[in-house]
Design a binder for this molecule. Structure first.
Ligand code: B12
Length: 512
């Protein structure tokens, strides 16, 4: 089978947890979920391409052209709840033109499997991981009379009814092949704090055993790849794709202390000169572990700090103290590990005064970056369950079904209005990033001109172009620093168009 996986661009949403300028500069990341699916399909003997239309800034039409060249038997898309309509729009356009089966997968399938596959343009959904489902599905698809009942974890339609088949197999993350980065333009990716290129993201564990009320991953089975498999993927990134900076996107990278120590030792033993970042809690690291991580190239840690007020930390079920936060951020500072703090604005119990205290607390810590996110009732969180029982409506289900518009969700857990939350979030960013000493230190720490440009533009946009209250932006485009490379792609396209024009109009031009 020939499988084409498409990663479409997505627009800014009013219901997002991030304000627009943060979303714009968040970064261009490899479509990792699709790269896993591609690797799994290749391992089963299929031919695959990934078209990253978001990063390459390809329109639907340009993407269709590429697909026509490849001539796929089936197309695949990754679905998140929030961007479901954007991807559906792309599926509709491409399916109308190619008329081949469409398979979807991704986090939203775990939340709303039946709703996701209810659309006529979508033929199949992968409920969980692609590992067992995709090879079994493709095996059936090549048969004259396919029978999908025995494909594990498949969502499909039979006589107009949506069927979900059981998935009994245990997922062993160690068995997964490494994501198919050979199908990606690895030199194009960067996130906001990226210092070295090529840059990539890695996921080395699934799930998180903690139970924060605002997070989808809370209390999900922790399933980690072994240190040997992780180092094998790091080496592949380093030698095969010239990757020099890796961001581990695991929900909680330092969950298993021994595993992290082993990974660090292996990086040192094999002499791999990479800088890396990860996401952690302040209660799963300590001085000794942080020292080992630093020695192995850890240059940045993203901590979910959430609030500077103990009462709020307790209300969101964080399970850490304000003191633990200050202590760990100080240790990271001493070790010269850069830290980014994620904070919530509009969390349960938040008031204007509490948010001001949180911002003051953030400014008092030795952090390199902060991210202030608007607290949101995301699907599968306890905030979401509470909202459904209060309002009687599951907004996200209606959104996926196309029966809800993009609007702000109620936040009954705080006295703050949504407008207050928008304004306070913008205020928090400007207050935090406008301190003269902070700016001087950031300038001294810069590693390249592209990094300087990215950060300067983001600062100017935040101060002058961020609206006080979230509004739609139909022209939304993620910041893309590959202008040179992309314009080369665009110019060659333009020349091709000119040639076509002359070819078509040769006669009339001659007469003139
Ligand atoms: C890397 C990443 C990104 C990258 C790349 C996109 C990607 N997913 O590849 C970037 C930064 C671009 C990104 C963007 C966004 N992301 Co993201 N992302 C992740 C992250 C951290 C890792 C994905 C991963 O590789 N996981 C490991 C692999 C093995 O698991 P997997 O992704 O679930 O994929 C398996 C199955 O789901 C299935 N599958 C997945 N896709 C497909 C597609 C097909 C065709 C098939 C057959 C199967 C299949 O097979 C895969 C292999 O077994 C996850 C969190 C996480 N740790 O998983 C969030 C996550 C998927 N993202 C999330 C969100 C919210 C977003 C954004 C909306 C953020 C934003 N506001 O911009 C956007 C939306 C993008 C979009 N197009 O819709 C949520 C989704 C929640 C939801 N309810 O849908 C997650 C779960 C994080 C979270 N807890 O909030 N993301």
């Amino acid at each position: 089978m020939k499988l084409a996986l498409v990663f479409n661009p997505f627009k800014y949403k009013i219901h997002e947890e991030n304000i627009l300028i943060v979303q714009k500069y968040f970064g261009l990341f490899p479509p990792l979920s699709l790269a896993w699916v591609a690797a799994i399909a290749e391992q089963a003997g299929h031919e695959v391409i990934i078209i990253d239309s978001r990063t390459l800034r390809l329109s639907k039409k340009e993407t269709l052209k590429r697909l026509n060249l490849f001539k796929p038997d089936i197309m695949g898309f990754m679905m998140t709840t929030y961007m479901f309509p954007d991807t559906l729009e792309w599926i509709r356009y491409l399916k109308n033109n190619l008329n081949i089966p469409v398979v979807i997968g991704g986090y939203n399938l775990r939340v709303y499997p039946r709703e996701s596959v209810s659309f006529s343009e979508i033929d199949f959904g992968v409920l969980e991981h692609a590992y067992y489902t995709i090879p079994a599905l493709f095996k059936e698809l090549v048969k004259e009379n396919p029978n999908f009942d025995n494909v594990p974890g498949l969502v499909y339609k039979k006589n107009k009814k949506v069927i979900v088949t059981p998935h009994f197999q245990k997922i062993d993350f160690n068995k997964f092949p490494n994501p198919a980065r050979h199908l990606l333009s690895n030199e194009l990716y960067a996130e906001f704090p990226t210092e070295r290129k090529n840059f990539t993201v890695m996921v080395t564990s699934l799930g998180c055993p903690y139970n924060c009320r605002f997070c989808e991953a809370g209390n999900t089975n922790y399933n980690a790849r072994s240190p040997e498999i992780v180092i094998n993927e790091i080496e592949e990134c380093y030698y095969k794709y010239n990757i020099r900076e890796i961001d581990f996107f695991d929900y909680e990278f330092t969950c298993d202390r021994e595993r992290v120590l082993k990974i660090c030792n292996l990086i040192k033993e094999r002499n791999i000169n990479i800088s890396w970042a990860c996401r952690s809690r302040v209660d799963t690291v300590d001085k000794v572990l942080l020292e080992k991580m630093k020695e192995a190239g850890c240059s940045r840690i993203y901590f979910g700090l959430e609030s500077g007020v103990q009462e709020i930390l307790d209300k969101v079920g964080k399970g850490v103290t304000v003191k633990q936060i200050s202590n760990i951020i100080d240790i990271c500072g001493d070790l010269k590990i850069k830290t980014l703090g994620f904070f919530l604005i509009g969390a349960p119990g938040d008031t204007k005064e509490i948010i001001k205290k949180t911002v003051k607390f953030a400014m008092g810590l030795n952090l390199e970056y902060v991210q202030f996110s608007k607290c949101l009732a995301k699907p599968l969180t306890s905030l979401w369950e509470d909202l459904i029982s209060k309002t009687g409506v599951d907004y996200w289900k209606e959104w996926v079904l196309g029966r809800e518009t993009d609007r702000v969700l109620p936040r009954p857990w705080t006295e703050l209005t949504n407008d207050d939350i928008d304004k306070l979030t913008k205020w928090a960013y400007i207050k935090y990033y406008s301190r003269p000493l902070f700016i001087v230190r950031a300038l001294l720490n810069l590693k390249s001109f592209v990094e300087f440009k990215r950060k300067l533009f983001a600062y100017i946009d935040m101060c002058f172009f961020q609206k006080n209250i979230a509004v739609k932006d139909e022209d939304f485009l993620a910041y893309n620093e590959n202008v040179g490379l992309l314009s080369k792609i665009k110019i060659s396209g333009y020349i091709r168009k000119l040639k076509l024009y002359f070819k078509k109009n040769r006669k009339s031009l001659k007469n003139k």
